[in-house]
Design a protein around this ligand. Structure first.
Ligand code: PLP
Length: 387
């Protein structure tokens, strides 16, 4: 049976060509501790990481010194929320957030008494208009906006640059987990104060990698979530002030970062715009095909809006987990079912608590992949109707 991986919203597979070799090569040849010693292996590890930093910064439009590496979006979103919000502060967010935004905010609500205001948009997709965000931000006198760049449930892309423009000078920190590498984006011209993303999803790098891009003045203000050794200023028991060291305590994931650097170079050569066009075309075809199946429903799909390669659907009378298990077992198709760590999004869409099935496409997905999924869903739905 042909195996069809359609869970790129969770993590991409396969990775970009050359990534696995770069990880192995780092571990075989360069695996010293970067910045911790002047010997050749420490220098080789530093060079691999700084090369990767240059490549990722170039791809996303970040300044290399303000392009930070960490274990994933979750880590950087926690850093942003905990580092910027204190007692009495108000933060504005959307109904489509992932728990890597909502859980740190709920924690800070209980621990520091921050106030969370959610934009309840007039838009059925859950994606707020910039003017709606502006009026909520000014009414709430918000200190910060933390918002996803694209929903990991519906795939809808937020007009995040226009939102940043509308609420300025209030800073906007974006969750780019679902857009980095798959939606054209330039941090330098985005107007965002911060952009956190995963290295292992659309960036096609190894798991356990993530990136934070910062713009001034937030870059000077943000305090680390974890403190420790950096290899620099070892005489001091305080964290160094300079970036990237201030926000990168502890031995980094050198092998993962080396792989991420190779993935970034591959994406630069392939072009994120062409990937976005490819995924948009396929996901629109999939939405149309699934919507034509009796009993199948695509949720939160708005053809007038830019989308990532993700969509969400359900089939009448079918448990989402049961259908996902059947697709894997009987048709070799791998995708995720349930709430996708975004319960509020499902409350908004009316799919809570059973959730949805979520196919996610990649640059390597094909028309044959989506047709195989649609044909399998059609067969399952027809059987369900006849029982
Ligand atoms: C929108 C969104 N934000 C954050 C995350 C967390 O990313 P990571 O697993 O890299 O920490 C995910 C992962 O599924 C996501 O989809």
């Amino acid at each position: 049976m042909r195996r069809i991986y359609l869970d790129h919203g969770a993590t991409s597979f396969p990775k970009a060509p050359g990534v696995a070799d770069a990880v192995a090569s780092f571990l075989r040849n360069d695996a010293g501790n970067p910045g911790r010693g002047g010997h050749r292996l420490a220098v080789a590890a530093s060079r691999a990481i700084e090369d990767a930093r240059e490549s990722v910064a170039e791809l996303l439009g970040g300044h290399p010194e303000r392009t930070l590496f960490g274990p994933g979006s979750t880590f950087w979103l926690n850093t942003l929320c905990a580092g910027l919000l204190g007692p009495g502060d108000t933060v504005v967010t959307s109904v489509l957030e992932h728990n890597s935004v909502m859980r740190p905010l709920r924690y800070l609500e209980a621990a520091r008494g921050i106030t969370i205001v959610t934009v309840r948009t007039a838009n059925a997709s859950g994606v707020p208009d910039p003017a709606e965000v502006r009026s909520v931000v000014s009414a709430a006198r918000a200190k910060l906006v933390v918002m996803t760049h694209a929903s990991n449930v519906t795939g809808a892309v937020f007009p995040i640059e226009d939102i940043a423009d509308a609420v300025a000078p209030v800073p906007v920190a974006a969750d780019g987990a679902q857009t980095a590498g798959s939606v054209p984006f330039d941090f330098a011209s985005s107007g965002l104060a911060a952009y956190a993303c995963s290295g292992h999803k659309g960036l096609l790098g190894p798991t356990g990698t993530g990136v934070l891009l910062l713009a001034p003045p937030l870059a000077d203000e943000l305090q680390p979530l974890v403190r420790g050794g950096t290899g620099s200023r070892s005489e001091s028991e305080e964290m160094p002030v300079l970036l990237p060291d201030r926000l990168e305590a502890g031995t980094p994931n050198g092998a993962g970062i080396a792989g991420l650097g190779v993935a970034a170079r591959w994406l630069l050569a392939r072009g994120v715009s062409s990937i976005h066009q490819h995924e948009s075309r396929l996901v629109a075809a999939l939405a149309e095909r699934l919507s034509s199946i009796p009993g199948a429903h695509v949720h939160g799909w708005d053809p007038g809006r830019p989308h990532t390669g993700i969509l969400s659907f359900t089939v009448d009378g079918a448990d989402t987990g049961e259908l996902a298990a059947w697709l894997d077992r009987e048709r070799g198709i791998m995708l995720r079912a349930g709430l996708h760590c975004a319960p509020a999004a499902h409350r908004w869409l009316g799919t809570f608590p059973s959730g949805t099935l979520r196919p996610g496409l990649s640059p390597f997905s094909t028309g044959a992949d989506i047709e195989a999924l649609a044909a399998a869903v059609e067969e399952f739905a027809a059987r369900r109707r006849s029982t």
